[in-house]
Design a protein around this ligand. Structure first.
Ligand code: DGI
Ligand code: FE
Ligand code: FE
Length: 189
């Protein structure tokens, strides 16, 4: 784990509440382990895991203010479902505030909530690690998905997308078009 990541860890700790910081460390180490397993750059996975929720704990008005400042364009669905904003905003903060130079890392942060069609391995790893990290305990069949994640990234994505779509369909939340596009891509693949 490189020195840059250790330094950033202290900055991120100050920006998150206790639960979110513990979750973040879980995602970081899970992403690192998945990277080892699937031959992806470990430091990129650790960095993306560490920063994936860096914009999560700002109040909504601050999120909107930061989006304006950094020219992050929001869709109507994002404006109405503010829990979605932290992914795109987090990618921009990673670049502008935390000095991340890797576009791959920023992209993996941007897509960690909805996924995206044809994700690269780093994107898949962050998307999956967010769902399976050790503190997560609410979703169904977590043991099965955790096992699949170390065998087959596409299969783990399919399982997560299937369960997420079912979960969102049962809730009053609007399904983001990107969530649906990602689902269609992986399920019909
Ligand atoms: O940030 P985390 O809690 O670690 O996890 P996340 O980035 O996957 O965000 C989860 C939140 O995003 C949760 O409140 C559900 C919401 N979400 C994910 N996909 C969609 C969605 N909300 C809406 N409205 N539509 C989606 O497609
Ligand atoms: Fe998130
Ligand atoms: Fe997360």
């Amino acid at each position: 784990m490189n020195e840059k990541i250790v330094k950033l860890q202290h900055r991120i700790e100050k920006k998150l509440d206790e639960y979110r910081y513990e979750h973040t460390l879980g995602v970081m180490y899970t992403a690192g382990a998945l990277a080892m397993c699937h031959e992806v750059d470990m430091n990129e996975a650790l960095l993306a895991g560490l920063l994936h929720d860096c914009a999560k704990c700002y109040p909504d008005d601050k999120k909107f203010e930061l989006c304006e400042k950094y020219n992050v364009e929001l869709s109507d669905v994002e404006r109405q479902n503010t829990a979605l904003i932290h992914a795109k905003l987090g990618a921009v903060l990673a670049r502008e505030k935390y000095g991340v130079e890797s576009e791959n890392v920023c992209q993996a942060i941007a897509t960690h909530t909805t996924g995206a069609p044809a994700m690269d391995k780093l994107q898949q790893i962050v998307f999956i690690a967010d769902y399976i990290e050790p503190h997560r305990d609410r979703a169904g069949r977590l043991d099965e998905i955790r096992h699949a994640a170390f065998e087959d990234l596409d299969e783990a994505c399919r399982m997560i997308l299937t369960d997420t779509l079912t979960y969102l369909s049962d809730s009053p939340k609007t399904i983001d078009p990107m969530t649906k596009k990602t689902y269609d891509y992986y399920i019909s693949d």
